[in-house]
Design a binder for this molecule. Structure first.
Ligand code: ZN
Ligand code: ZN
Length: 311
């Protein structure tokens, strides 16, 4: 099959073996749509270190092709999406079922990913999608689950809060929060945050941050307020502790919300996302696709690895 492979030097389209069932709980899925996100670009460019060769890609939808002998919940032909993060099962967070894993591994980072005609995933990470949910929207479940994580933070819809960012991830975060009751949440453009009044918000949600912006977040949140950390900004961010201490601010990092709830939000139709979608590219045009994602991040770019999947 064709796949986009991270190599020791750069990344390229390669012909590789089809994934095979390795464990009784494995599922092999033909990939209909795969979304490109900044994590994929960071891996492709070597800013996130990985083994090589490695197939990139972690956001996708598709159709089940093969199931292992112990799989009971799924059958070939089922339309699905999957949580790309595998919990280790052994760390304290996993053992105590805290919904956190210290040593997770991810499709397209540690495991061969979804920028390929087929991908192998354990059954427990696979979610069936309802008939009326199109496969392209279903491929957007992972970003929705990452936004839904904010609802786990100790903030509430009655508080004055804002999502800080100007790209589609910030807009999606706002919409997802809106969908779960945060009807008055604001958006603040990072460029315009200097005009925001000091100590005027109960909480802020960052969607991409650097040292300068972090300092602004500390400034705009009221004393005893909260900064919710949501982005996976891979660069280090400097924090000046005296400013945080004077206001007794709380920092709360959140990872993922419920994947099933995210599928449901998309399926209900109350969370509109299609206007956030940009172009779809065949695997062969992956360079143009990555170039688009590297740009403004205003629209979600998709690859279409197996066009026989439907939709
Ligand atoms: Zn992603
Ligand atoms: Zn773990």
């Amino acid at each position: 099959m064709q796949a986009i492979v991270k190599l020791a030097e750069g990344y390229d389209l390669r012909t590789v073996d089809l994934p095979r069932l390795q464990h009784p709980h494995d599922v092999v899925i033909r990939v209909a749509y795969a979304g490109i996100c900044r994590t994929d670009v960071a891996v492709a460019e070597g800013r996130i270190a990985t083994r090589t060769p490695l197939i990139l890609g972690h956001e996708f939808s598709g159709v089940v092709d093969q199931v292992g002998s112990a799989v009971t919940r799924l059958a070939p032909g089922d339309r699905v999406t999957a949580m790309p993060v595998h919990d280790c099962g052994a760390c304290l967070g996993c053992r105590e079922k805290l919904d956190t894993c210290e040593f997770p591994s991810m499709l397209g980072v540690e495991h061969d990913g979804a920028f390929a005609e087929s991908v192998r995933v354990p059954e427990r990470l696979v979610y069936e999608i309802p008939d009326h949910l199109d496969l392209q929207t279903a491929a957007y479940t992972e970003p929705v689950a990452a936004c839904l994580a904010v609802a786990k933070a100790a903030v509430s819809p009655g508080q004055r809060g804002a999502v800080v960012g100007s790209n589609r991830i910030a807009e999606l975060t706002r919409r997802v929060l809106h969908g779960v009751g945060y009807s008055s949440i604001e958006m603040i453009d990072p460029v315009a945050i200097r005009d925001c009044e000091t100590s005027s918000l109960d909480f802020v949600v960052e969607t991409s941050v650097d040292t300068d912006l972090f300092r602004e977040l500390v400034r705009v949140v009221r004393p005893r307020g909260r900064i919710v950390l949501k982005s996976r900004t891979p660069e280090r961010v400097g924090i000046y502790l005296p400013e945080l201490l004077r206001k007794e601010l709380s920092l709360e990092a959140v990872n993922y919300g419920s994947f099933q709830e995210s599928v449901d939000l998309l399926a209900e139709g109350s969370l509109a996302v299609r206007d956030l979608f940009g172009a779809c590219y065949p695997l062969a045009l992956f360079r143009s696709a990555f170039e688009s994602e590297r740009g403004a991040e205003s629209k979600k770019i998709f690859l279409r690895p197996d066009t026989d999947c439907g939709d």
